[in-house]
Write a protein that binds this ligand. Structure first.
Ligand code: RP5
Length: 170
């Protein structure tokens, strides 16, 4: 079976952040494809990637970029596949706000599901949640992940209590 999730980013310099999406998906045993597509430097490649995504079997696209971050929105302009946008705090970004607003403030008719600045891991989880709507195996792994997070927080609460802080809740 071909990849169900496509991860694209504007530059190799985004990889440190964007590989977080791939790492999360792998935790749920989803192997995504990952490549570089730049809205500004490779507009033709962007159009082909987005137009062919559906026939290639992709179900979700995660797109990350920084600065004047037009990649997620322009991918969404060319396809009906859900696009999750990751604003990247890149070297050319003014504090990340340019990336956030470029991806978040899409016009009516062309939605992009925008995660937090550098939030590629959440993009991976959200993509898995979309796939889980039709895949009980991924759904089970997501449920286990929720329980794991619950355990981690309870463990932290126990540690803090053992430090001598009053806690009559646990
Ligand atoms: C954006 O410009 C890329 O997505 C990257 O975040 C940023 C800087 O790109 P490089 O100059 O490092 O290639 O288009």
């Amino acid at each position: 079976m071909g990849p169900l999730v496509g991860i694209v980013m504007g530059s190799e310099s985004d990889l440190d952040v964007m590989k977080g999406a791939a790492e999360m998906l792998r935790q749920f045993e989803v192997e995504p494809e990952l490549t570089i597509v730049s809205a500004h430097r490779t507009p033709g490649r962007l159009k082909v990637y987005a137009k062919k995504a559906k026939e290639r079997g992709l179900k979700v696209i995660i797109a990350g970029a920084g600065g004047a971050a037009h990649l997620p929105g322009m991918i969404a302009a060319h396809t009906i596949i859900p696009v999750i946008g990751v604003p990247v705090k890149s070297s050319n970004s003014i504090d990340g706000w340019d990336s956030i607003l470029s991806i978040l403030q899409m016009p009516y008719g062309v939605p992009v599901a925008t995660v937090a600045l550098n939030g590629a891991k959440n993009a991976g989880i959200l993509a898995a949640q979309i796939l889980a709507l039709h895949d009980t195996s991924i759904a089970g792994k997501l449920e286990a992940f929720k329980e794991y997070q619950d355990d981690i927080v309870k463990e932290s609460a126990k540690n803090v209590k053992n430090m001598g802080f009053r806690n009559e809740f646990d």
